[in-house]
Design a protein around this ligand. Structure first.
Ligand code: BGC
Length: 782
């Protein structure tokens, strides 16, 4: 090349380099040095022993002794017992285990079964590597707590932690040292049946709950024989499946992924979750089980996750159906490359991985990394020292009182009072000794099985105290008139007629209606209609037509669209699936022994056509505000607002909503600084408001703190939750509730997908739900 042209190119290169440097400087405004919640760089894992150097030494020593086949064996997981997915066929597990071809088994149902398999692994396999037994322990093992959506509605992480601890004690007694929980998928679409398994629509609340589960499961040390490894799932975007149809595709921008969907995962991992499960769904065109951006870039590189990544049930093999792998060998290659360590059930790694390594399609280094992740968890759990479950720890007779009480307290706090109108001189609820004869009606009034909810672990209907039993204990059977009113899905005219007659004989009616736990809620239970199944709505309307005051108790795994009921039925409680103490907990709340204190963790839609409806929405350029714009005439501004012509934008009940038996007065929020500096890492302020119980009954209130940032580089939600507190107020009492605000409350993901605090205008609400209150204001300056 002639010298002149060389010089010209050199000059051009220098100019381009200088310009790029300038652009980078201009774009990179100060990024927070210290990682704020919800997401930031790798951090120490306080509750995890996974990063213990002594474990690493043992992992390396063992790895050196392993053959290629033995390594692959550690990455294979199978279900032995009642399947929790499409049936996987039955392999000869005892011989496979003896040959070192199985790393983990799940779905076993007793310590004895686990110990039998474990004996083969530690006595017959060449390297004596113990098996890791897993199970879907989602809201309890035997002591069944309310479903996770209900647990989240307590807004009480100490309850969740306690539930998870009890679940860990019971699971570990059965040899299960690995639970596939917590599910932290953010959900904005109640058609998706799995909304019941998570903490609802909010990333902040979801993160608080995620941490509480992990603390409960893993305790102070994984090595404690009563601790189990948590498995945070489903990574990622599963809660955003299109149309709420299970296993469907999700499209989520990187910005929204980081703002909304990733934070609870990060929170669980910061808390030390020993494992993570990849999800079924395609995310932005790439199945999550083959997604290196989420599984390697974010999870490993950004977050420094040292734990085990397991696929979901056959999700490795399903890469073929997704169309990105021609066969299971190619599926195994892609899942491994993306970062999935263990293949759950699909039998793709077991037959193909050794060949893939031999042919160079999977590198030995990647294989070793995956095996390390498995061994690390096994060592951390102390399985090499204590591989066997202590069969004497399994509960033989009745459940211990302390656990039953924990389940009752959780249920009591999870109920959300949605409506409580005045009938006569006072609201219908709470019931009193003067409430008279009670008609107890409905297919769920005396149904033990459904109270357990979906994914009820090893929960047993015989442990459940139903509403009917508890009510009879409370007021005496002579005060109760009972009619089932049919089944959940069907009812005869005669059954409905009998229910009407029963209602007529009483002073007040308790109607226990809802969904069927296993078939209408949970996995593979997406619904296109969110009404009450069968003839239950007809039953409701006919019973209400008797003119008797009706209290509707909704047992469900999601909000149900019941516009008629919300207009005409005077009192309504969302009772979810409350677990073994369904009856006693409900009775205590219905009679006011304890106040109702649950609050919604999902916006409750008026109609399916509004879905997705969630509180932390973006404003749009034509926000409609809170007014009802469904009645013409509208002026030309109103007409062109972002709205439906035939339904309000607002949900039936907003996120955070739940009524007390008393009345409350909130003062306007106040912040102690009017101005904060964005570049100050120690940025903090205190927000406070006073809350007064102006009624005549004691209250447990969940005080919520929301903010909105404007003037930011990216559009921020119209409100987002950044804090909450549970307080108790006696009648007439008032309390000042304060929230410290750190950088994390004000940070946002910017255009470069960096988390930082930007100069902005801040509005801040302290309110009883996401729709009310007058904001305080402050400025964040450069
Ligand atoms: C579910 C997971 C569960 C797994 C094992 C899958 O179908 O999506 O949440 O942990 O099965 O039962």
């Amino acid at each position: 090349m002639p010298w002149n042209s060389c010089q010209r190119r050199l000059k051009l290169l220098v100019i381009v380099a200088i310009l790029s440097a300038l652009v980078i400087i201009a774009l990179s405004e100060p990024v927070l040095a210290q990682a704020p919640e919800p997401v930031g760089p790798p951090v120490a894992l306080p509750h995890s022993s996974l990063t213990d150097p002594a474990i690493e030494t043992r992992v390396e020593a063992l790895l050196k002794q392993m053959t290629l086949e033995e390594k692959v064996g550690q990455l294979a997981q199978y279900s032995s017992g009642a399947p929790t997915g499409p049936s996987a066929g039955n392999a000869d597990y005892p011989n496979m285990i003896a040959r070192g071809e199985v790393g983990s088994l799940f779905n076993l149902d007793s310590a004895r079964a686990a110990n039998e398999y474990q004996r083969i692994a530690v006595e017959k396999s060449r390297l004596h590597i113990p098996l890791l037994f897993g199970l879907d322990v989602i809201h309890g093992y035997r002591t069944t707590f309310p479903v996770p959506l209900a647990l989240a509605s307590t807004w009480d992480p100490s309850i969740v932690e306690k539930a998870a601890r009890i679940a860990a004690q019971e699971s570990s007694a059965a040899g299960v040292r690995w639970v596939f929980s917590p599910m932290v998928d953010i959900v904005r679409d109640p058609r998706w049946g799995r909304i019941v398994e998570g903490a609802g629509e909010d990333p902040y609340l979801g993160s608080v709950m995620a941490r509480a589960y992990v603390r409960g499961y893993q305790g102070k040390s994984l090595n404690d024989k009563e601790s189990v490894a948590a498995c945070v799932k489903h990574f990622v975007g599963y809660g955003a499946v299109e149309g709420g149809r299970d296993y469907n595709t999700a499209e989520i921008s990187e910005h929204t992924l980081r703002e909304i969907y990733l934070p609870p995962f990060y929170a669980a991992i910061r808390e030390g979750s020993a494992s993570l499960m990849s999800s079924f769904n395609a995310l932005n065109g790439l199945p999550a089980t083959a997604n290196p951006f989420t599984l390697t870039q974010i999870l490993r590189k950004e977050w420094g996750f040292p734990g085990l990544v397991v696929s979901d049930w056959t999700s490795v093999g399903e890469l073929v159906a997704h169309g990105i792998a021609r066969d299971k060998a190619a599926a195994a290659q892609k899942a491994m490359a993306a970062g999935v360590d263990m293949d759950m059930v699909s039998d793709s790694y077991h037959p193909h991985l050794a060949d893939l390594v031999r042919s160079g399609k999977v590198s030995p280094a990647r294989l070793d990394a995956a095996v390390r992740d498995v061994l690390r968890v096994k060592f951390a759990l102390g399985l090499f020292e204590n591989p066997f479950a202590d069969e004497s720890r399994e509960i033989k007779g009745a459940l211990p009182t302390e656990r039953v009480e924990a389940a009752r307290l959780a249920a009591e706090r999870s109920f959300v009072l949605l409506k409580n109108s005045v009938a006569g001189s006072r609201p219908i609820l709470p019931l009193t000794s003067e409430s008279g004869t009670i008609a107890l009606i409905g297919p769920l009034a005396d149904d033990a099985r459904n109270m357990l909810g979906p994914w009820s672990g090893r929960g047993r209907p015989e442990d459940v105290v139903t509403l009917k039993t508890a009510l009879e204990q409370r007021v005496g059977a002579d005060k109760i008139r009972f009619a089932k009113g049919g089944e959940l899905q069907t009812a005869s005219d005669a059954e409905i007629q009998k229910a009407i007659e029963t209602a007529k004989q009483a002073d007040v009616v308790l109607l226990a209606l809802g969904e069927e736990a296993d078939t209408q809620s949970g996995e593979a239970a997406s619904r296109a209609y969110l009404n009450l199944p069968g003839r239950q709505e007809e039953l409701l309307e006919k019973v209400a037509a008797t003119g008797k005051p009706v209290v509707l108790l909704l047992f469900c795994g999601r909000p149900l669209t019941l516009p008629w009921a919300f207009e005409h039925v005077p009192a309504i409680v969302a009772a979810w699936f409350p677990g073994i103490q369904a009856g006693p907990a409900l009775v205590r709340v219905l009679f006011g022994d304890v106040p109702p204190s649950g609050k919604l963790v999902v916006s409750w839609p008026r109609t399916i056509g509004q879905i997705p409806v969630y509180y932390n929405t973006l404003s749009t350029g034509r926000p409609a505000g809170g007014t009802d714009l469904t009645h013409p005439p509208l002026n030309s501004v109103e007409k062109y607002l972002s709205r439906y012509i035939d339904e309000q934008n607002s949900p039936q009940f907003p996120f955070g909503f739940g009524l007390p038996y008393s009345s409350l007065e909130y003062s306007q929020a106040h912040v102690d600084s009017a101005k904060l500096s964005a570049s100050d890492n120690g940025i903090h302020a205190t927000a406070s408001a006073s809350v007064k119980n102006t009624g005549s009954r004691a209250v447990e209130e969940i005080v919520q703190l929301y903010i909105r940032l404007t003037g930011t580089s990216m559009e921020e939600p119209v409100r987002k939750l950044v804090g909450f507190k549970r307080i108790s107020l006696a009648p007439g009492e008032s309390q000042t509730v304060s929230f410290p605000l750190g950088a994390e409350a004000f940070s946002l993901w910017d255009m470069q997908n960096k988390l930082r605090v930007e100069p902005s205008h801040v509005q801040l609400w302290i309110s009883p739900d996401s729709s009310r209150g007058l904001p305080a204001e402050l400025e964040i300056v450069e």
